[in-house]
Ligand binder design. Structure first.
Ligand SMILES: Cc1cc2nc3c(=O)[nH]c(=O)nc-3n(C[C@H](O)[C@H](O)[C@H](O)COP(=O)(O)OP(=O)(O)OC[C@H]3O[C@@H](n4cnc5c(N)ncnc54)[C@H](O)[C@@H]3O)c2cc1C
Length: 385
């Protein structure tokens, strides 16, 4: 076991940190922090993210993949503002979901623009009535004259409003046992228009969390990926990495809260002393730092296992719930250290808290992660009671 980062990993981390400070934060700060960034700005930022190797890290290098390890990817996630990190993960995991099971013609048709960062992608699984249980998806696809006709509504879709393409997960009928045939259908907005609007949520407000509506949306049959009913496997394969990656986004938010807290504790005075000298403030700083480090280590472990080709289902789920919940708690403590000023929009902590609050849901809620860990430990599924 080696807890040291390699020279290459340190370089990637440093490069990401500098790139974010130089090319990303100033752009985001120049726009309203409470409103979704315009698509043109997102495309400019994607040009920067492309340089970091984030457009197709999961594809083989022979097919446009960028050769980034999962661990290095996670390190970059820690450095990026969470809105952008979640956006690019949604984009590139959609690339991976297309690549998994697409035929050569489909790969040529859909992937180049996405890998170039010239078009934006998203995946639509969740719906108003369907969240943790994607097998019960209500969006329907029916075959008609060589086309698939989609009807249904997707909700909480990262990138939905700015997307050029969505992998819509739809039911294409039922199997003999009456189970939904959950299937991936690529919908290109230019040819098969869909309606998308922003959802107003507590955090990640410069990002794009959307509702996407398909109404009699006609898509060529040639856009169906893989076999009818095989979507679950492709989704599970990508969730495995997404979980610790979302964990690393939370680590990034909590680390920034810790840095702000240390700085504040060094200057704020009460009872004639800087508050950083009070034991109870140091206890809070210690707890924040420990939660951040523990979260980061669990995420690193899950990502390193994936790099070693291990299907780290339990470790990925542990990393996701622990990192998101503990980083949220850590930022809550950082707010406490700031006194009442921590509650205001004058300091960054309040926004970090709202952003972290969003991360206990995507790619499986905390409760779903616990059920995965429990199933791995006992061999018993508690999903359906
Ligand atoms: C920031 C963000 C980005 C997202 N991006 C996307 C995206 O790009 N694409 C997409 O398709 N979706 C996306 N989602 C949706 C996300 O996947 C869902 O929010 C998540 O799957 C949970 O679904 P739900 O919110 O409907 O909650 P529900 O599934 O309705 O759950 C409600 C509550 O019940 C709990 N619960 C559910 N089932 C069980 C059970 N068996 N046992 C115990 N407790 C249970 C849950 O943990 C939760 O606390 C995103 C969500 C957020 C917040």
């Amino acid at each position: 076991m080696d807890f040291k980062l390699s020279e290459e990993q340190r370089m990637i981390q440093q490069m990401a940190r500098e790139c974010v400070a130089r090319e990303i934060l100033p752009v985001m700060a120049a726009h309203d922090r409470e409103r979704p960034l315009p698509k043109s700005v997102m495309l400019d930022l994607y040009a920067v993210l492309k340089e970091l190797g984030l457009m197709a890290p999961r594809l083989p290098e022979t097919e446009g993949g960028t050769g980034l390890s999962y661990l290095a990817y996670g390190m970059i996630m820690e450095e990026l503002p969470a809105e952008l990190a979640l956006s690019v993960m949604a984009h590139e995991s959609t690339v991976a979901r297309i690549h998994l099971g697409a035929n050569e013609e489909q790969k040529k048709r859909f992937l180049p623009k996405l890998i170039a960062g010239e078009a934006l992608a998203c995946t639509g699984i969740s719906e108003p009535n369907v969240g943790s249980d994607p097998r019960s998806i209500e969006t329907r696809g029916r075959q008609e004259d060589g086309m698939v006709v989609l009807d249904g509504t997707k909700l909480w879709i990262t990138n939905g409003s700015i997307s050029d393409l969505i992998v819509a997960v739809a039911s294409m009928g039922q199997d003999a046992a009456g189970r939904n045939l959950i299937t991936r259908v690529v919908v290109e907005r230019e040819h098969s228009p869909y309606h998308a609007s922003e959802v107003d949520a507590i955090g990640l407000r410069q990002g794009h969390l959307s509702e996407v509506v398909f109404e009699n949306c006609r898509v060529p049959e040639g856009n169906v990926l893989g076999e009818a009913g095989d979507a679950h496997g492709a989704l599970t394969a990508t969730w495995l990495a997404n979980r610790p990656l979302v964990g690393m986004m939370a680590v990034g938010l909590a680390r920034r809260a810790l840095e702000a807290c240390i700085a504040y504790a060094g200057v704020r005075k009460q009872f004639g002393r800087t508050i950083g000298g009070f034991q109870l403030i140091q206890e809070m700083l210690s707890e924040i730092a420990t939660r951040v480090d523990a979260a980061r280590l669990l995420c690193y472990r899950a990502l390193a296992m994936l790099d070693d080709g291990v299907r780290s289902n339990k470790e990925a789920a542990m990393a996701k719930w622990f990192a998101t919940e503990n980083c949220l708690a850590a930022i809550g403590l950082a707010m406490q250290c700031h006194g009442a000023s921590g509650l205001t929009r004058e300091v960054e902590i309040e926004r970090l808290y709202r952003d972290a609050r969003m991360l206990t849901f995507p790619d499986g809620t905390t409760q779903i992660q616990h059920l995965i860990v429990g199933q791995e430990l006992t061999g018993i599924s508690a999903f359906r009671g």
